[in-house]
Design a protein around this ligand. Structure first.
Ligand code: PLP
Length: 422
């Protein structure tokens, strides 16, 4: 049968080396269905292709087949710690001392002293009682709602929350309310309706990654107090750089004592390797260690990854100079782009969406920016609402003023060429 399959594959012109190619009718039909689906994605213009980087992550990249010295404006490397020499050294030391990995989940034989140290450091950084590590923030979001909420409870979620919050909420059996993006009237109406439930949890991104806008946490916390609810925030695009000492949105808006639960990532500003966490009250963290499925049934974070995040937190707790440098670069980019005639969504956040409206315009402009050595990405429907296509620019502390100016100049040139600017 295998020989027959190979002959069929060769006749059909497909010469991949996959054993997946088999002759049963079910598999042939399955394969056809997959190909049709892929064709639909291409046809809808929403195909995501991946550019291959052949250097370290940083402000200047080498792209495979795309030359060197590409200016990178699309990573979440807000503080530029992904390739910081001390972060790399810490990873190497942890690798040498603690090995490649644990081959185990935490509760069997996967907890090392560095995992406990990092959890303690995260809790101290956020000024909370305890913290628990996950392989990613996606996992932290997937694991929290199901572990905490029952059909007696309610969760109220901003409609533009990150996909991982949406998926995490889907997994739980609580009553679900979706309020309009940052709309406090709608949240209040939903909180009133949710009074019949035992517990109410309001869940929001601290900073929203597509718009660079910041949740109105003060108002959310006031409503939570009025309607006896808890507040959960996802701080992936805030931890390490928002607020006077980089603690995040809750610090920026003066509500550190009013937010009960924080989930965040180690894969963006905090060294950029991988990993996520929940930090909050100790009994909550204790319960997650007993009940949260992505924690219980997935491997421990590798020591090198723990080493990176731990060093990143040390650097941030020593000084906020890096975060301040990023804020100054962000300000430079936003003001120069606005002066050039572009509309930049959000306020003071290093996510700077250049609003263009038309999906094709965003795609061709992003392509033309890369032709000029600037790596940025266009986003259009269904990732953002129809008619709100944009190019998302992300600023990092390690961009120089010259890098920022080169990016603005290229945008101005490309914007004029394609009619986005007069
Ligand atoms: N939450 C938000 C708001 C995010 O932007 C992301 C990643 O893009 C995640 C969660 C998932 O984080 P991680 O990459 O650690 O899984």
């Amino acid at each position: 049968m295998w020989r027959g399959t190979v002959a069929r594959v060769l006749r059909s012109g497909r010469t991949g080396n996959s054993r997946f190619v088999s002759g049963t009718a079910a598999v042939v039909e399955f394969r056809r269905r997959l190909e049709r689906e892929l064709e639909d994605i291409r046809g809808a213009g929403t195909w995501k292709s991946e550019r291959i980087i052949s250097s370290r992550q940083g402000p200047h990249l080498r792209l495979e087949g795309g030359g060197t010295g590409i200016l990178n404006f699309c990573a979440n490397n807000y503080l530029g710690l992904s390739s910081h020499p001390e972060v790399i050294r810490a990873a190497v030391e942890a690798l040498e001392k603690f090995g490649a990995g644990l081959s185990s989940v935490r509760f069997i034989c996967g907890t090392q002293s560095i995992h406990k140290d990092l959890e303690e450091k995260i809790a101290r950084f956020h000024q909370r009682e305890d913290a628990i590590l996950y392989a990613s923030c996606f996992d932290a979001n997937a694991g929290i709602f199901e572990a905490l909420l029952t059909p007696e409870d309610a969760v109220l979620s901003d409609e533009l929350n990150h996909a991982s919050i949406i998926d995490g909420i889907r997994l739980c059996k609580a009553n679900k309310y979706r309020y309009k993006h940052m709309d406090m009237q709608d949240l209040e109406a939903k909180l009133q309706d949710a009074q019949k439930h035992r517990l109410r949890l309001v869940a929001t991104d601290g900073a929203f990654s597509m718009d660079g806008d910041i949740a109105p946490l003060r108002e959310i916390c006031q409503l939570a107090q009025k309607y006896d609810a808890l507040v959960f925030i996802d701080e992936c695009h805030a931890t390490g750089f928002l607020g006077p000492s980089g603690r995040g949105t809750d610090e920026l808006l003066g509500v550190m004592d009013k937010v009960t639960i924080i989930n965040s990532t180690l894969g963006k500003a905090l060294g950029g390797a991988a990993g996520g966490y929940t930090t909050g009250p100790k009994p909550l963290i204790d319960l997650l260690r007993q009940r949260s499925r992505p924690y219980l049934f997935s491997n421990s974070l590798p020591p090198a990854v723990v080493g990176c995040a731990s060093k990143a937190l040390d650097l941030l707790m020593e000084s906020n100079a890096i975060a301040q440098s990023m804020a100054a670069k962000t300000q430079r980019f936003r003001s120069k782009m606005t002066a050039a005639g572009f509309t930049i969504s959000g306020k003071d956040h290093p996510i700077c969406p250049v609003m263009l409206g038309d999906a094709r315009l965003a795609a061709v402009m992003a392509e033309d920016m890369l032709n000029r050595g600037i790596y940025v990405i266009g986003f259009s429907y269904p990732v953002v609402p129809k008619g709100k296509a944009r190019i998302r620019v992300q600023i990092s502390a390690v961009h120089s003023d010259e890098d920022i100016d080169r990016c603005v100049d290229a945008f101005t040139e490309v914007g004029r060429k394609h009619g986005a600017l007069p």
